[in-house]
Design a protein around this ligand. Structure first.
Ligand SMILES: [Zn+2]
Ligand SMILES: [Zn+2]
Length: 344
């Protein structure tokens, strides 16, 4: 089978590998679609350090079980994965904070993932509830968004929300946040410098989409009577995004630096200002089992628009091109197409 292997900073290769063989209790997933995630790009760029190369990338997987050596999993089941495999027993795992488990192993980070025709999902992942089975009626185009949607649902639960919220960035994450916040009955403002992405947001029914020119930001602050109750950064937390967040949040408001942040970047805050303005600063990372189960239900119920965000597909053989497409900001969401879809 073909795979895309991350070997280290700026080193990704197309590699032929044997289809993984299973031990007792493992299952084999045939990958239908696997989303290319911004975190994979950040790893390739050398901006984040939570990957263990060499590894087959890919953690946003939609696929089908084609071989099962686990008594509770049967062939032909439609599945995705909770890509954070953990011990299942420590203090963190017991309270659904698996992401902080010291024995964490990420699919597509530390264990070979879904930029491949097939992937092996290990027994201990199944036994700790990390294989997510969905009804056959769920399309892969929707299913591949389950993990990123779970991240957004987790962040929505953690964020201090009041009436108005600004989302920075109209990529897939910003578009999911916008929809979730609208469903929650919040007054939502989406900020995005790129015209294509602003138009795309409109096409998904997001009403209040702003650019980030000085005039537009001024207008936003006026409309909201002095700033937003909450700002969620759904973009890379570069200095421009950080400054914008502080510019538009109201006194007492909350900023969630959800977006990726580079390992060499610091947040500098004037403590006196922070004290008197009372800003609530936070970050939300990844998902919980709870948020993934909420995401699963939402996808089964078709309660959110996801599939239309999949704008670009590449076969695994063109995975390097797919990565460069995403690196250059092409489309909204890009996926690699595994063996199953090519055979059909
Ligand atoms: Zn992801
Ligand atoms: Zn644990």
């Amino acid at each position: 089978m073909q795979t895309i292997v991350f070997e280290g900073q700026d080193r990704i290769v197309l590699q032929e590998k044997p289809i993984p063989s299973l031990d007792d209790g493992d299952v084999l997933i045939q990958v239908d679609l696997c989303g290319v995630c911004a975190s994979d790009i950040a790893a390739i760029n050398g901006e984040v350090t939570d990957y263990s190369p060499p590894v087959v990338l890919g953690h946003e997987i939609a696929g089908v079980i084609v071989e099962s050596r686990h008594p509770e999993v049967r062939v032909d089941q439609k599945v995705t994965v909770n890509p954070l495999i953990s011990c299942g027993a420590c203090d963190y795992c017991r309270v659904d904070l698996d992401k902080y488990c010291s024995q964490i192993e990420g699919i597509g980070h530390d264990i070979d993932g879904g930029y491949a025709d097939f992937l092996k999902f290990p027994k201990y992942g199944i036994d700790t509830g990390k294989l997510i089975v969905v009804p056959d009626s769920v399309s892969s185009e929707n299913l591949m968004f389950l993990e990123p949607l779970g991240c957004c649902i987790n962040a929505m639960r953690e964020t201090i929300l009041n009436e108005s919220v600004a989302i920075l960035g109209a990529g897939q994450i910003g578009l999911m946040f916008s929809q979730l916040a609208t469903l929650r009955g919040l007054e939502v403002f989406l900020l995005e410098p790129d015209v294509y992405r602003r138009d795309f947001a409109h096409s998904l029914g997001v009403d209040r989409v702003f650019g980030i020119t000085d005039n537009e930001v001024k207008e936003l602050i006026e409309i909201t009577g002095g700033g937003l109750d909450t700002v969620i950064s759904a973009t890379t937390n570069n200095q421009e995004a950080i400054d914008l967040a502080f510019q538009i949040v109201r006194r007492g408001g909350c900023i969630n630096f959800f977006g990726l942040s580079a390992h060499d970047q610091d947040l500098t805050v004037n403590l006196e200002k922070l004290h008197f303005f009372g800003h609530k600063l936070m970050a939300s990372w990844a998902f919980s089992r709870w948020s993934l189960s909420q995401a699963r239900q939402m996808i089964v119920d078709q309660g959110i628009q996801l599939g239309p965000m999949l704008t670009t597909r590449f076969p695994i053989a063109s995975g390097i091109e797919a990565i460069s497409h995403v690196r250059h900001g092409g489309g909204i969401k890009t996926a690699l197409v595994g063996g199953l879809a090519l055979e059909n």
